[in-house]
Write a protein of this length. Structure first.
Length: 582
């Protein structure tokens, strides 16, 4: 009898957990801040940590729980901060370590959690470890991947140990005169790869995580996970195995391009998962030891879907809390059908392991902003979609108010991808347009900076379209976004409800409901045609009269308006959230 009661209680506890006892990150809203472009506090034209701190109340106000910052560590900036020369110091143009501590404190004081970008695959060649490794200091000698190279049988000349190609083109091996060996760099020449087969490297990197955990950081966004390991030396040949050329080279004919090879020895090796699981152990252990809030790992990995699922854990070990889901960002565009939207929701939900949370990423600093990629008319629809799916939503700064890409002239371009092109083609490669400054108000430089010259120009006219203006307006993209995040927090349907969907023509409809609370129906008219829909009979147990809770800015609907479920008129590109009151 005692046992039976025990089982009953456990079941009850698990069901209960669904909506009322969510941990801070579960079903959370995460916001990516691009520090250079968010807010400049000292008038040098570059966004910084004190600027972020000044605007943190705004981030809280729009409904976020977590904030992650693109890299801010000390760096010679050969790859915009993805080349770190000291993981424990802040890059001076962003501020000081004390500024970062003050930012963390401010975040915690208003209930926000702060995530730092961790770039573990490589350091800068200006990192102390690399300098000591070059000098053959015994402890650091094998911190990186060094090799003598091989002698070419025909020419008798020394050449790199394998045919591996870097992400940034050309050989992934670079000769170092001082050490008289080649080192591996899967990215730029100034980004030597760390050697994760060396236990001291593994431990040092864990210590960096602990260094920041001790200072209150709430988690890490881990960069470029698939690149952490490469095949080891083949004892039979004494060198590294060559990678095969792709089957059909017509898609990538240049042997100097990364895409020319099939990366079976340098990408997504099985060892990468174990390292992620070890890092999860570090942050979980920290929480247990110091009784802190949960610390989370967000992982960036452009890899197979199966690998992404394995990033969550393998059934024995836990892994990434949030293995970034880039499927929609990669696969959806302004021509995609409603079926495709639905497909990518189900693909993740139906395949993720038990007991984890889905996550959705629609934009970041490497892709045109949502309103530019999907059309300004769909700006609200995309946010409705992101905010009403089951799981974690990740928003790239600016997309909450429908910001479009800015215009950056050839003369003003700074992205290396643009500068390597020419004035007639640079716009095809440039990522500057999605990185232009945030529009705060109608003062100089949209309130981003008081400088006469900012690192990237303000990209659009901002006199009437900025955060202040959108907050003052009766309705705006930003107000719709705030309604969405509030709804998501308050209604059980959005934290524990499942996802039931139907596609009619080019309209995606999905229902979310939980054991308690109201039932919601999202209607996204993705296509370019207006559609009148009969909502009755599309879903079980949906009858009666719904009301419009919110909708796209130019839908012509009024919040609270009762609708006729027999014939609900939708406009092309518009999204609607309807409520059936409990
Ligand atoms: C040896 O060098 C020649 C000339 O650079 C090159 O074409 C050839 O591929 C090299 N051989 C090997 C095995 O790499
Ligand atoms: C450094 O050590 C490596 C391997 O132990 C050796 O091949 C190389 O010659 C050494 N370099 C110098 C400059 O001593
Ligand atoms: C993995 O996470 C689950 C859920 O939080 C927990 O119950 C379990 O103990 C964790 N496993 C390990 C190996 O940490
Ligand atoms: C879709 O996007 C492409 C490329 O950005 C653009 O050329 C085209 O005009 C857009 N089409 C629509 C219907 O928005
Ligand atoms: C999207 C993203 O963060 N990409 C980065 C991945 O890592 C490389 C090397 O660290 C960077 O160059 C990319 O910008
Ligand atoms: Ca500044
Ligand atoms: Ca590596």
């Amino acid at each position: 009898m005692g046992k039976l009661i025990g089982i009953f209680l456990i079941v009850f506890a698990v069901c209960h957990l669904g909506y009322s006892e969510l941990d801070w990150w579960e079903n959370g809203n995460f916001y990516q801040i691009y520090p250079r472009s968010f807010k400049d506090s000292n008038g040098d034209g570059i966004g910084d940590l004190n600027g972020i701190k000044e605007k943190l109340d705004y981030v809280k106000d729009i409904g976020m729980q977590g904030v992650w910052l693109s890299p801010i560590f000390q760096s010679p900036m050969a790859d915009f901060g993805y080349d770190i020369s000291d993981y424990t110091k802040v890059q001076p143009e962003y501020g000081t370590s004390d500024d970062l501590l003050a930012l963390i404190e401010k975040a915690h004081s208003i209930g926000l959690h702060l995530i730092l970008d961790f770039v573990p695959n490589h350091t800068s060649d200006e990192h102390e470890w690399f300098k000591r490794s070059i000098a053959n200091d015994s402890y650091y000698r094998d911190f990186y991947i060094w090799h003598d190279g091989v002698i070419n049988a025909t020419t008798g000349a020394r050449q790199p140990p394998s045919n591996w190609v870097s992400q940034f083109r050309y050989s992934a091996w670079e000769w170092n005169d001082q050490r008289q060996q080649y080192y591996l760099h899967q990215f730029g020449v100034k980004q030597p790869d760390l050697n994760y087969r060396n236990p001291n490297v593994v431990e040092e990197m864990k210590n960096i995580l602990r260094f920041w955990l001790e200072r209150g950081v709430d988690g890490f966004r881990i960069d470029a996970v698939p690149f952490l390991f490469e095949a080891d030396i083949d004892p039979a040949t004494g060198t590294y195995p060559d990678e095969p050329v792709i089957a059909d080279t017509s898609s990538c004919p240049d042997p100097n391009d990364w895409c020319h090879l099939n990366h079976i020895y340098t990408n997504s090796l099985p060892e990468i998962f174990d390292i992620v699981y070890q890092w999860r152990d570090v942050v979980d252990q920290w929480k247990r030891d110091y009784d802190t809030d949960t610390k989370v790992l967000l992982t960036e990995a452009y890899t197979s879907f199966e690998n992404l699922m394995r990033m969550y854990g393998d059934g024995v070990h836990n892994g990434s809390n949030i293995p970034f889901n880039f499927e929609m960002m990669a696969e959806l565009n302004n021509q995609s059908s409603a079926e495709k939207y639905d497909y990518y929701v189900r693909h993740w939900l139906d395949n993720m392991p038990q007991g984890v949370y889905a996550n959705w990423v629609l934009g970041n600093h490497d892709n045109p902003r949502l309103a530019s990629r999907f059309g300004a008319q769909r700006a609200d629809l995309m946010n409705i979609f992101l905010q009403t799916l089951p799981g974690i939503a990740v928003t790239y700064n600016g997309e909450e108010y429908g910001l479009e890409d800015g215009y950056v002239s050839w003369e003003d371009s700074v992205d290396p991808q643009a500068c390597n092109a020419d004035p007639s083609t640079y716009l095809k490669y440039s990522r500057d347009p999605e990185r232009t400054p945030f529009l705060w108000d109608n003062s100089k430089n949209a309130g981003f900076s008081t400088a006469d010259h900012t690192w990237l120009p303000v990209g659009q006219s901002y006199e009437n379209n900025n955060i202040d203006a959108q907050l003052a307006a009766e309705n705006s993209h930003l107000k719709i976004f705030k309604q969405l995040t509030a709804l998501r927090k308050s209604e059980p349907a959005f934290s524990s409800g499942d996802y039931e969907s139907v596609v009619v023509n080019n309209v995606l409809l999905y229902k979310r409901s939980a054991d308690t609370g109201n039932t919601y129906l999202m209607i996204l008219n993705i296509g370019d045609q207006d559609e009148v829909l009969n909502l009755n009979g599309l879903f079980d147990d949906l009858s009666g009269t719904p009301e419009v809770v919110l909708s796209s800015l130019y839908s012509g609907r009024i919040n609270g308006e009762i609708v006729d479920a027999d014939s609900f008129a939708t406009k092309a590109y518009n999204g609607y959230v309807l409520r059936w009151t409990d």
